[in-house]
Design a protein. Structure first.
Length: 82
């Protein structure tokens, strides 16, 4: 399984790195013409960078709340038995 994962990463890395020069050329030509595309590209990058952290934080919060609720219910059940 690990071999398949590593092989997939190696094969896909070449395809993904090919996009960088295309974006760079587009931004350079836009900046030469007085455009502000670079600012919007950077905002998009920051948006994509932040989403995984927000998702993990939200899932952690939900897990924490559910765990506390289950502990409270277990304590109430034990108290009823006594």
């Amino acid at each position: 399984m690990r071999f398949v994962f590593i092989l997939t990463l190696v094969l896909v890395a070449g395809i993904l790195s090919a996009q960088c020069p295309m974006c760079r050329m587009s931004l350079e030509s836009n900046l030469e013409n007085g455009g502000t595309m670079g600012r919007t590209i950077n905002a998009g990058i920051l948006y994509m960078l932040g989403m995984p952290y927000l998702l993990v934080g939200f899932l952690g919060y939900v897990w924490y709340k559910n765990r506390k609720k289950m502990e409270r219910l277990e304590e109430e059940a034990k108290a009823r038995l006594n």
